[in-house]
Design a protein around this ligand. Structure first.
Ligand code: ADP
Ligand code: MG
Length: 697
């Protein structure tokens, strides 16, 4: 066992209790984990403000003052610790709440001088600072540089003294004890190629930077390493699968031709034709296909999917199409069944709510091969679902499915793994796609079916509501249908549900002559389905819903999308929602309703939506605003656990790292060259780490 695998509790200043909390709160198990807990920002503490200079618009700043008084005030929930520091220009109030009170009582001394660091707030017409960091002058002078690292911590850790400063101290202690260099993870020749500094130096500098240039070098080195390993993992998945997995060969396509000539209801776009050719070329090659199909909402992915499924049936294989929700699975069935009937092939739907007898029948028919096509929800993944000969598995709206689920599908067929096509409408910026789905080949539908009019998007405030209702009425009188969508941030968000119900009431009062559907997450599947069907059959004119309708639902006659509290939605979601309209030939509209006051980010989101309908432009703005961690799909992906890289800005480093990883694996895909031993070892360490993780989650 190496020094770096030492359990964190053995570090001086940690012990069993803090050790346990570090594990559960920050997943820090070992010395190595602690060294990898990088600062998330640095504060430049070179300047000391005078108290009189402070105002609420300043960022985190420091003042120097003498502590003149402290004490607990208030009762119950309002109980807080209030302290005052003075300098030559005035007096500043400091406040701590809850458990921090005790900690402060033990730490602070009246009469002592402190460097107080925190964010000035305006409270009751005077400036105060809540939960400031307090350094004695002596402590402050021991700080190595003016660039102060800031670490993420949690309430629980802060209560046991492990705020950012406490964590910094631990890291300092650990770095002092370092007797051996941290194992190098990048082969020498690649380090030289990019002028990367050694791992040990980088880790020391990232925690205690001596100046901004050195910090930049450290960050570059660590980002490169992080991205390099993501790419090594993804590309080796891809390379090894290609080498080892033969695939079904789908070459003859009589059903496809018949469908194309006699049943296809429209002309395919050139983009649809292009991706169908790419997929056909994969599936007829003898190698197993793993392909990502990206196409903006409404670009016609379902038809591409169906034609590819026919290729499987044409070659005595079965195909399945998996959707993230029941509604979508129903819609796929309803849309595809008429075509299947016309071609004389069988299709069925399987979901969690399928009846027992129905299930049994489907299981049997899948096994004896009389059922050719299966659509459904993740119920398809269950082990009892076995096929006679599964040739193609299509996963719609990929962002709800991770690598693990894909692997389950590969295992469904005994002889040959099925071809896998994942389809997503989430426009993923290229940098992110390369990180998230780097193990897949990529096809893009970059063209909309002809005759679509771009959706007109406007921003309206609550004061305009009457006019908005008037507009809705106008459109309904033309025979169109309208969606009104409310955000439901969490399934159990009672307030949001109330918003929805209030909205429903007010709309039904304003439109007594029209029929309304309502769909939300708290309803039974059967009820949701009933309401959806009424809307699809045009029995209702207005659909009031939460975001359950977000993904995939297709009602071409709906031409107006009203999004309530639009400021509460992220860009990706707004774009998805807007994609529910504009699916027919009519001019469609999206109305973004917001409250009067919008945050800066909120304004950017709303104006981006009003200015463009291009999913990729929107995704780029989204990536810049929120960072990749919040982008749809990244949390579930399991691949993306980037500690230091910011994909919004580090695209160039990603490209370098990917090119190097690709070159290296082409040369040595088993990583057995001596200069690549360090990579093998690092991968082993990373695996060890994920085992640690699994133990607590
Ligand atoms: P998405 O890519 O969002 O899944 P869909 O497959 O639901 O989009 O297609 C959206 C609508 O466009 C559907 O009504 C579909 O029938 C129609 N459509 C698909 N391809 C074409 C085409 N080439 N020409 C005209 N309409 C098309
Ligand atoms: Mg779709």
């Amino acid at each position: 066992m190496s020094f770096f695998d030492t359990k964190i509790e053995f570090l001086k200043g940690v012990g069993p209790q803090r050790g346990a909390t570090l594990q559960t709160e920050l997943r820090i198990f070992t010395y190595a984990d602690l060294l990898q807990h990088y600062p998330f920002r640095y504060d430049d503490r070179s300047k000391i403000y005078s108290i009189a200079e402070l105002h609420e618009h300043l960022p985190y700043v420091q003042v120097r003052g003498k502590l003149v008084h402290f004490g607990v005030v208030g009762e119950g929930g309002k109980k807080r610790m209030v302290a005052y520091v003075q300098d030559a220009t005035g007096e500043l109030e400091l406040v701590w709440f809850r458990n921090a009170i005790k900690y402060v009582e033990k730490q602070l001394k009246i009469g002592e001088e402190y460097i107080v660091f925190g964010k000035p707030n305006l409270y009751n017409n005077s400036i105060n600072v809540t939960h400031p960091e307090m350094d004695t002058i002596e402590e402050a002078s021991r700080k190595i540089s003016t660039l102060q690292p800031v670490y993420s911590s949690t309430e629980k850790l802060k209560n046991i003294g492990l705020d950012s400063k406490g964590i910094s101290k631990l890291i300092y202690t650990l770095l002092q004890q370092l007797k051996e260099p941290i194992p190098e993870t990048i082969p020498q020749y690649i380090m030289q190629r990019h002028g990367l500094i050694p791992k040990t130096t980088a880790v020391q500098l990232i925690h205690f930077p001596t100046n901004t240039d050195r910090l930049e070098q450290a960050r570059y080195r660590l980002k490169f390493e992080e991205l390099f390993y993501v790419q090594i993992r993804l590309i080796s998945l891809k390379v090894n699968r290609k080498n080892s997995f033969a695939g079904h060969i789908f070459r003859t396509i009589p059903l496809v031709n018949e469908f194309y000539k006699h049943h296809l209801p429209f002309t395919l776009t050139d983009a649809q034709k292009k991706v169908i050719r790419e997929i056909y070329s994969d599936m007829s090659s003898g190698k197993q296909m793993n392909r990502l199909l990206q196409g903006d909402v409404g670009s016609g992915k379902t038809m591409v999917a169906f034609i590819c499924m026919l290729m499987a049936v044409d070659n005595n294989a079965q195909a399945c199409l998996m959707a993230p929700t029941e509604i979508l699975a129903d819609q796929h069935l309803a849309g595809l069944k008429p075509y299947a009937d016309a071609l004389g092939i069988n299709i069925a739907k399987l979901s969690g709510s399928s009846k027992k007898s129905e299930r049994t029948r489907i299981h049997e028919q899948l096994l004896n091969g009389t059922l050719h096509l299966l659509v459904g929800t993740h119920a398809l993944l269950e082990d009892v679902v076995q096929f006679k000969n599964l040739g193609l598995c299509i996963i719609d709206e990929q962002h709800r499915f991770g690598v693990a689920q894909r692997a389950k599908m590969w295992a469904k067929n005994k002889a040959l793994p099925p071809h896998v096509l994942v389809m997503t409408a989430t426009p993923i910026p290229r940098t992110l796609a390369m990180t998230l789905y780097g193990d897949l080949d990529l096809s893009v539908i970059d063209q909309m079916p002809a005759g679509r009019k771009p959706i007109q998007t406007v921003h309206r405030k609550d004061a305009n509501r009457l006019a908005v209702f008037g507009f809705m009425r106008q459109e309904i009188q033309k025979g169109r249908q309208v969606y009104v969508v409310y955000p439901l941030i969490e399934e159990n968000d009672k307030m949001a549900l109330k918003d929805l119900m209030d909205g429903y009431e007010s709309i039904s009062r304003s439109f007594p002559d029209y029929q309304l559907s309502i769909v939300h997450g708290k309803m039974k599947a059967a009820d949701k389905d009933y309401e959806m069907q009424r809307f699809i059959k045009k029995e209702t004119q207005i659909m009031v819903a939460t975001t359950v309708i977000e993904v995939g639902v297709n009602v071409p006659n709906a031409s107006v999308m009203v999004i309530e509290n639009a400021e509460r939605f992220g860009l990706a979601q707004l774009h998805q929602l807007r994609g529910r309209v504009g699916r027919g030939a009519e001019q469609s509209y999206c109305i973004l309703m917001t409250k009067d006051y919008l945050s800066t980010d909120g304004k950017v989101r709303i104006s981006t939506m009003c200015e463009t309908t291009n999913g990729f432009e929107i995704a780029d703005v989204d990536l810049k605003l929120r960072g990749p961690g919040d982008l749809m799909g990244t949390q579930q992906s399991g691949i993306l656990d980037l500690l230091i890289t910011d994909l919004a800005t580090d695209g160039d480093i990603l490209k370098q790292a990917r090119a190097d990883a690709e070159e290296l694996l082409l040369m040595d895909n088993t990583l057995s060259y001596p200069q690549h031993i360090c990579i093998k070892q690092q991968i082993a360490r990373q695996q060890q780490n994920s085992t640690n993780w699994a133990r607590i989650s």
